[in-house]
Design a protein around this ligand. Structure first.
Ligand code: SAJ
Length: 411
């Protein structure tokens, strides 16, 4: 196992490529996006992750990491391409195309690993049959494993090393050889299982998160009705040794949480009522946020809203499936003026402006991502710029008392 070809250089593939390049492997990172390849070669990493830029740069400089548009022969192929939703099903085109692109390169005793989140049965019923077209015998002289990624955007490099991993070969020989590879960089436990179990476990993890966020979101509506601060209530409830209530927020964005709920409930839709309801609750969050704004600014003529944070969550610059988009659309539809500030996001469908410009003559600040930069905003400096002093902190990032003491009405 000397040379590893990694297909897909997104938020999972690039960090894995970079880490493996520091562990004595020759890494070929492959992506069909030629602009991305050009940027990576220059050391420009758009998805900001702590430590990523420097490890990629040193990988490139050492010569152990190279990035290109097409794969080449290697000992191991790791597939890290996206599997986004299309009509509520995970679209596997990127996986299929990645496999097709390596078929003619595969040699005896190669190992193919799928890290992407995939629907149950994909490894056995889609990946293995496609690989057979190489002429090799899957499980005999071509090894195959599903090792679902578990890393948290915002903390990827640390979690790649620290997280416990599930390794599921198509047969025992495949599991063992894949495990040997992961032992090179994983400090967590490496647990062996079969591919179907690994596939559903990954979907279960994200679904657990989705359902629990939905619970928190629902509780936040109920507590608002009775005048109780949801965050204080959650803090108290979580003092119980077996309670871990998640945080309410503006909605669930990102690559995988919502996708996993759809994918898992597709197995038996009639027996996935809770999961589907949770999804619906989370998908309705942006509407609830829009209603909240509407209620607060209802007596203000031509209200202007300053939106702070459009990343799909705090402290990252990724806007994939961000709830900010439906919220912005909803507010614009009512006719409100919108200005957007995000200290991390540079590329977005709407203009991103400086904090000062966003809040200038605004009536209400709406926080949609829990970036730590927002905790440093000085309410005194903002106050004079605004017309009215309403704040909706949908992420609970601000110090409420501090802002209230400065004359802001914060919810
Ligand atoms: N969110 C809340 N309340 C919470 C937690 C999150 O509203 O208490 C929101 C976030 O703001 C965000 C969305 O949910 O919009 C998803 O954020 P996240 O931090 O829950 O998850 P992701 O999508 O960044 O990463 C998840 C992780 N899965 C789990 O924690 C079970 C990660 O470990 C996976 O590797 C990743 O999905 C993936 O790609 O599958």
């Amino acid at each position: 196992m000397k040379k590893i070809c990694i297909l897909g250089l997104g938020h999972i593939g690039l960090p894995i490529a970079a880490i493996l390049s520091t562990k004595g492997f020759k890494i070929v990172g492959v992506d069909i996006n030629s602009k991305l390849i050009k940027k990576i070669r220059k050391g420009i990493i758009e998805k900001k992750e702590p430590g990523l830029e420097s490890i990629v740069k040193s990988g490139l400089e050492s010569g152990n990491l190279k990035v290109q548009g097409v794969p080449e022969p290697a000992d191991v192929f790791i597939i890290c391409v996206p599997t986004p939703l299309l009509n509520n099903q995970q679209n596997l085109n990127a996986i299929k195309n990645a496999i097709k692109s390596i078929l003619s390169l595969l040699r005896k005793n190669n190992l193919v690993i799928v890290e992407s989140t995939i629907p149950v049965g994909t490894t056995k019923n889609i990946v293995a049959p496609l690989l057979k077209k190489s002429g090799l015998k899957v499980g005999k002289n071509l090894f195959l494993a599903h090792c679902p990624e578990r890393v948290l955007p915002g903390n990827i490099l640390e979690e790649l090393i620290k997280c416990n991993r599930i390794i599921a070969g198509i047969n025992i020989a495949s599991t063992k050889i894949a495990k040997t590879l992961y032992k090179n960089f994983v400090k967590g436990e490496i647990i062996e299982t079969d591919t179907t179990t690994a596939e559903i476990v990954k979907l279960m993890e994200n679904t657990y998160r989705d359902v629990n966020i939905a619970l928190a979101n629902e509780l936040s509506v109920l507590t608002e009705k009775i005048g109780v601060d949801i965050y204080k209530a959650i803090d108290l409830a979580n003092k119980h040794p077996r309670i871990d209530i998640h945080k309410p927020g503006p909605g669930v964005g990102g690559h995988c949480v919502g996708t996993s709920s759809y994918s898992i409930s597709n197995i038996l839709p009639n027996f996935s009522k809770l999961i589907r309801l949770a999804r619906k609750i989370n998908e309705e969050r942006p509407k609830i946020i829009v209603q909240k704004v509407k209620k607060i600014v209802k007596n203000i003529p031509c209200p202007k809203i300053a939106i702070l944070g459009v990343a799909y969550k705090g402290n990252i610059n990724d806007t994939s499936n961000t709830p900010a988009i439906p919220i912005i659309k909803g507010l614009k539809k009512i006719g409100y003026k919108i200005k957007i500030h995000d200290p991390l996001v540079k590329i977005f469908d709407e203009d991103i402006v400086k904090l000062k410009d966003a809040v200038l003559k605004s009536d209400c600040i709406l926080i949609l991502a829990a970036h730590k930069q927002f905790t440093n905003i000085n309410p005194n400096k903002i106050k004079g710029l605004m017309r009215h002093h309403y704040v909706i902190d949908s992420c609970n990032i601000l110090d409420k008392t501090k802002w209230q003491n400065k004359g802001f009405k914060i919810t």
